[in-house]
Design a binder for this molecule. Structure first.
Ligand SMILES: [Fe+2]
Ligand SMILES: [Fe+2]
Length: 444
């Protein structure tokens, strides 16, 4: 790690001169959250919020309480809120190492925390997967469940806080927007996100009316993402953690159901996805490919059903590279498909099954992280939204487990070793910790 105090001074001139409410500088940093960089073994971004501008925001990082390394801080305001967001990216870290950090600003109370970098070589680990959280009692209980389960990271597939309740449609005008919701949400997730990186993707609710051409400016003001995805799409990225290659996509670019941002990247996202999956498959340390985005490829829930635009563009790419698991949200429920190839289930995978994921891709809907659960599953008939926005009925032979309940998914991953195959065991837990599903994907 080479960042020096000279670097801090060089990067410190960007603190915007915004209105500072009385007492803002005395308030402690709030909404602290962590995001891995493109190299999760060596880079971490620490982000937080203050109620207004503050003097000399600073992060110090080190292996022990002596800390030692100052990191440049970038600060930014955001539309229709006085809150200022601060981001500090730490580079040159050691893999598989626990670090302490300390956030301060002049006149304010300090905040401290810890994080751990991704390991240099494959090791067993756990990640959480979910979407559609919002600010509510169930969401808060899920943050507590996260801390009980202690995953190494969370893969969060959009519809984060619902600051714009119109969901990308813009219907209802400004009264559907309350950007202070972001701060409430960041405070809600902080007990987990200050020590466990939350790797987020956009949902339709991150398309905020008036917040930039795509609507993503509010999200990007608050999250510094790895930045190694599609050119012109900072909301896309990829990283490797142990033996899993993660790819975060922008489902809004391919959605037929909510077409506000449909096609804004042309074919660039498809080409990048194809290339990235090929690279990850060629990595001898990578066993599993996990792709996350918001809209459902396969879900029977009658509120949003399945998205034909996504299927048409990405399912052949998932098949080509043998993606093991696709994580979606959007439908506020839990649902898991049988492993799929070329649009059809290829093997029966009921609760408790152990399946070879080389045979097919499992599609997970993990949209039950807090928002009100959608009441109805569409078995045996649901629908897929086609390119004209029409709902085309279809038989739902792909569905294995359908639960209309709040839940989070946890994935326990074990690398292959000495002739034993790599495994990824999915356990879905209801809010109270009750198990509602389990399946084991095996490879090699
Ligand atoms: Fe949602
Ligand atoms: Fe959604």
């Amino acid at each position: 790690m080479s960042t020096s105090r000279r670097g801090l001074l060089a990067g410190a001139a960007v603190t915007p001169l915004l209105w500072t409410p009385p007492g803002a500088s005395a308030a402690p940093p709030r909404g602290v959250h962590l995001v891995y960089g493109a190299d999760a073994r060596r880079t971490m971004t620490i982000s937080w919020a203050t109620p207004g501008s503050v003097a000399r925001p600073e992060v110090e990082v080190g292996r022990d309480r002596g800390l030692g390394m100052s990191v440049p801080v970038r600060s930014t305001g955001s539309r229709r809120t006085g809150t200022v967001y601060h981001h500090a990216t730490v580079r040159g870290l050691e893999p598989g190492t626990r670090y302490r950090y300390r956030i301060t600003h002049r006149g304010g109370a300090l905040r401290t925390g810890t994080f751990t970098t991704a390991p240099a070589r494959p090791v067993p680990f756990r990640f959480a997967a979910f979407g559609d959280m919002g600010v509510n009692a169930a969401a808060a209980a899920h943050v507590a469940l996260m801390n009980k389960q202690q995953p190494d990271l969370a893969f969060v597939v959009g519809d984060l806080c619902y600051a714009d309740s119109s969901g990308g449609t813009g219907a209802g005008g400004p009264q559907t927007q309350d950007f202070a919701t972001w701060d409430r949400w960041l405070r809600q997730i902080e007990p987990s996100a200050r020590t466990t990186p939350w790797m987020t993707t956009v949902g339709n609710h991150e398309m905020e009316a008036g917040n930039g051409e795509l609507g993503y400016d509010g999200y990007l003001d608050r999250f510094r993402l790895p930045g190694n995805g599609v050119q012109g799409a900072p909301v896309t990225y990829s990283f490797t953690w142990s033996n899993v290659g993660f790819v975060a996509l922008d489902g809004n670019d391919a959605s037929s159901e909510i077409d506000r941002n449909n096609g804004y990247l042309g074919a660039a996202q498809d080409r990048w996805l194809d290339r990235r999956l090929r690279e990850l498959r060629a990595d001898p340390d990578v066993d599993f490919l996990v792709v996350g985005f918001h809209n459902c490829v396969y879900c029977t829930n009658l509120v949003h059903g399945s998205d034909g635009g996504i299927r048409a563009r990405w399912e052949p790419i998932f098949d080509r590279h043998g993606v093991d698991l696709v994580v979606n949200g959007h439908n506020h429920c839990y649902e898991r498909s049988h492993p799929m190839r070329a649009g059809a289930p290829v093997v029966e995978a009921g609760r408790g099954a152990v399946v070879d994921s080389r045979r097919g891709t499992t599609y997970l809907t993990a949209g039950g992280a807090g928002q009100a659960v959608y009441p109805t599953g569409g078995l045996p008939l649901s629908y897929v939204t086609d390119e004209d926005g029409l709902r085309i009925p279809e038989a739902t032979t792909y569905a294995s487990v359908v639960e209309n309940t709040h839940s989070l998914a946890f994935l326990d991953v074990t690398p292959r070793s000495a002739g034993r195959p790599a495994t990824m065991r999915l356990t879905a837990l209801a809010t109270d910790g009750t198990r509602i599903d389990r399946v084991t994907l095996r490879r090699g």
